[in-house]
Write a protein that binds this ligand. Structure first.
Ligand code: BYC
Length: 476
């Protein structure tokens, strides 16, 4: 069974029709989801949007494009094909057949991982709900809504697992996923970055570049899970995730490109008055989104992650390509740490720890290397424009709230600072209220076909072979 069945109330390729109890449970969650979407989802009224819908989980032909009223989007449950011979690739159960059911001893940990993953999906929709009001073009507006409906689908993916495999507790957790809200004082979302605002489109592009990329890496590790339904769900989610990161990568490209054009045309760095975003402000947004996304990987050392790995619940990025014993019980790794500098002071350095407890660091390193690719691309745009300025990734100790560096302050260059020095200087490195107000002042909606806001260049390509001036969204 691979093709989603769209005749069903909940489109799916998991044979929901054969499991009446589960079907009824999910059908009773469905109206709650729709009511959450109506109250916490996109605020801009639209008639329909040019969206892609998954019609197959295989190969290239899985996406179908068409104008759809958003509330009629066919959110459903799609798992990648089952490999009946799949075996556990790592940890103490390495070599055993992958699990089709949840082993009792790992129930709590697996549920926790699924809940944390599930919590981020609706959170991002909530964070982005007002962006439609200031979209720089119909093309961008369509991409925003595509990202939003797919995050909604990713919530469905986790809710399916909770309902199908975790009984009453799972159903209760599924309800909670709709009750916590991003930024709420009483019941916030679980992870820090998902309680931050996404108030403007520069933030949106940075979020889809840096924070969605954490999603890519976390989903990549859950795709390795011995729990086969989780693995297959994540495999398909990763396909959708690629588009979200394209939105981020090309979004930042287009902002940098426009700023570079105006700098060259006017032979000045001081471009704020010319209606584009100055490079130092772009750098501050980058610093913020990168550092809060580094926090999403947890502590540099973690017994949670060691237990997840040993149990087979969460693997490494590209586990099967690693050339080691996939158990790691005798291995060590260097991790970033604060070490005693001898004079009662702590300094930023590295220490050797057991490889298992350092797995958050291992994953974060893969992520950082990937992030560097974006910076390289944006710097090539500056270079091609003949400009000497460059963007950079700040040091791992900069602006951290989780892990070894949460207790200190550091500059983007990695120099340790006193609290007073940090307070004094942080406005040079993180967006200030003035920066945010300035960026927001540029955010005027452009809803005319083929037109674009002045602070960003049009994309090189449209969606699904359509031109930039296509009618991607019909407003209400
Ligand atoms: N904020 O042992 P530690 C995505 C907690 S994004 C607040 O080092 P661990 C998406 C932690 O829970 C991907 N709290 O952590 C992107 C622990 O609490 P307890 C989302 C945090 O467990 C864009 C304590 O601090 N998926 O898909 O090794 C749009 C000690 O931490 C934070 C996942 O994250 C934080 N940032 O690793 C839409 C995968 N970090 O146990 C979607 C599932 C840590 O002391 N989650 N804490 O109460 C996991 O794999 C892990 O739980 C984490 C943390 C990587 C998050």
């Amino acid at each position: 069974m691979t093709r989603p069945d769209y005749a069903e109330k909940i489109p799916n390729n998991v044979g929901l029709r054969e499991d009446r109890r589960l079907q009824r449970a999910l059908e009773s969650w469905q109206p709650n989801f729709l009511s959450w979407w109506e109250t916490m989802g996109p605020t801009l009224p639209t008639q329909d949007v040019y969206l892609r819908t998954a019609i197959d989980v295989r190969g290239e032909g899985w996406a179908q494009f068409g104008h759809v009223p958003m509330i009629d989007y066919r959110w459903g449950i799609f798992l990648a094909d089952k490999n009946p011979d799949r075996r556990v690739a790592f940890g103490q159960h390495k070599g055993d057949p992958a699990w089709q059911k949840v082993p009792g001893e790992y129930r709590a940990e697996l549920q926790r991982l699924i809940v944390i993953q599930g919590d981020t999906e609706p959170a991002s929709v909530e964070q982005q709900r007002n962006l439609g009001a200031t979209a720089p073009s119909l093309y961008d507006l369509r991409n925003l809504f595509q990202v939003n409906v797919e995050e909604g689908r990713h919530l469905w993916a986790m809710v399916y697992l909770l309902h199908a495999y975790f009984g009453r507790e799972g159903r209760e957790e599924a309800e909670e996923l709709l009750h916590r809200n991003s930024g709420s004082a009483d019941s916030p979302r679980i992870l820090g970055a998902f309680n931050e605002e996404t108030p403007d489109w520069l933030s949106f592009y940075m979020f889809t570049y840096f924070t969605d990329r954490d999603g890519k890496y976390q989903l990549g590790t859950l795709k390795e899970s011995a729990f086969d339904p989780l693995s297959r769900t994540c495999e398909f989610m990763l396909k959708e995730e690629a588009h979200h990161m394209m939105v981020g990568t090309t979004g930042v490209d287009r902002v940098v490109e426009r700023t570079a054009q105006v700098m060259v045309e006017n032979d000045t760095d001081d471009v704020a008055a010319l209606g584009v975003i100055p490079l130092p402000v772009i750098q501050k947004y980058l610093n913020f989104h990168y550092s809060v996304s580094l926090d999403l990987f947890g502590g540099e050392t973690s017994t949670n992650v060691a237990n997840y790995y040993t149990a087979g619940l969460k693997g490494r990025w590209l586990e099967e390509r690693r050339k080691d014993d996939h158990k790691l019980t005798d291995d060590a790794i260097m991790v970033d740490a604060l070490v005693d500098a001898g004079d009662g002071q702590k300094s930023i350095s590295q220490v050797e720890v057991m490889a298992l407890t350092g797995l958050n660091t291992d994953l974060r390193r893969e992520y950082i290397a990937d992030c560097a690719g974006g910076v390289k691309r944006w710097n090539r745009i500056l270079e091609d424009a003949g400009l000497p300025q460059r963007l950079y990734l700040p040091h791992v100790a900069f602006n951290r709230k989780v892990g070894a560096f949460a207790v200190i302050e550091a500059s983007p260059a990695g120099q340790q600072l006193t609290a007073q020095e940090w307070e004094h200087a942080k406005g040079q490195w993180l967006p200030t209220d003035t920066d945010k107000t300035f960026v927001r002042s540029l955010m005027h909606p452009v809803y005319e076909r083929g037109k674009i806001a002045a602070w960003v260049t049009p994309p090189r390509n449209g969606i699904n072979g359509q031109p930039f001036d296509y009618d991607y969204v019909h407003l209400a």
